[in-house]
Design a protein around this ligand. Structure first.
Ligand code: MG
Length: 264
């Protein structure tokens, strides 16, 4: 009988042992069924996203009106869990280190550009070794995972709305190469204490669409069915997850998405 060890932390399902058998990469863990699908949360038997080979990151220089969160030189835009940022800068890259990296500024609707990579010599297996995540509003995780040639439960693949919806395709380039995400995020809309429009994310990895205005079921959960809380902030920080893995980041910038009237 195999032993499966769960670690309780969003975006980080840890599975002890490499071979999980034909039922897939994560199993039937007794989690809830995701509404509108036949699949359970973290269901290892859910179909794997089709693989699309890409040339890696589409690096875009920060536009003139962007808020630059990391340009290779400074962590001034961040805290680590509310205290001075302690993640490391190495050769112009930001290296994930203990604690959650939290932007000082908060955002509602926002465009995010971020580039990441898993070092080539890092041992990766499923959710282990190459795992991080970007949390919009500090609540909604777009998974970061070394997913080239590394299968896992599909709702934990790179670009997944973690624990909810796999990416349309797996567009992650080989380990050691830089990857890029463009994310357009819209917070949920509330009226009278109820959500009337779900939060959505459009996600593009290495120039390939992973989600087209995909709805979140609610803030990211681990092994639980996500749902919307009764109260919800209008803005929140960008957060980067430390999962014990030295994921590197570069060229992080954001642009709050206004409206035409506001821009005039
Ligand atoms: Mg994660």
């Amino acid at each position: 009988m195999r032993t499966i060890q769960w670690t309780v932390m969003a975006g980080c399902l840890a599975v002890g042992g490499a071979a999980l058998g034909e039922e897939g990469f994560g199993i039937k863990p007794g989690t809830p069924v995701i509404p509108g699908t036949p699949w359970q949360v973290h269901d290892g038997t859910r179909p794997q996203p089709r693989v699309v080979e890409t040339a890696g990151a589409v690096s875009v220089k920060a536009p003139g009106d962007a808020k630059v969160l990391f340009d290779g030189t400074s962590l001034d835009a961040w805290t680590t869990d509310g205290k001075p940022a302690t993640w490391k800068i190495k050769d112009g890259s930001l290296v994930a280190s203990p604690g959650t990296l939290i932007s000082k500024d908060k955002f509602g609707p926002v465009q995010v550009h971020i580039e990441w990579r898993v070092p080539a010599d890092r041992k990766v297996n499923g959710q282990g070794g190459g795992n991080s995540g970007i949390f919009l509003m500090g609540l909604y995780e777009v998974q970061i995972l070394q997913s080239h040639g590394n299968k896992t439960y599909p709702d934990g693949t790179a670009g997944a709305l973690y624990g909810q919806t796999p990416p349309l395709v797996n567009a992650t380039a080989p380990q050691g190469e830089w990857q890029s995400y463009e994310i357009l995020f819209t917070p949920p809309k509330y009226e009278g204490g109820k959500v009337v429009e779900a939060a959505t994310a459009t996600v593009i990895e290495n120039g390939v669409v992973l989600h087209n205005a995909r709805k979140f079921l609610g803030p990211t959960q681990f092994r639980q069915l996500a749902s919307y809380p009764a109260e919800h902030p209008e803005t929140g920080p960008i957060q980067l997850q430390f999962h014990g893995d030295p994921i590197e980041f570069r060229n992080i910038w954001v642009r709050p998405i206004g409206t035409y009237d506001e821009e005039k």
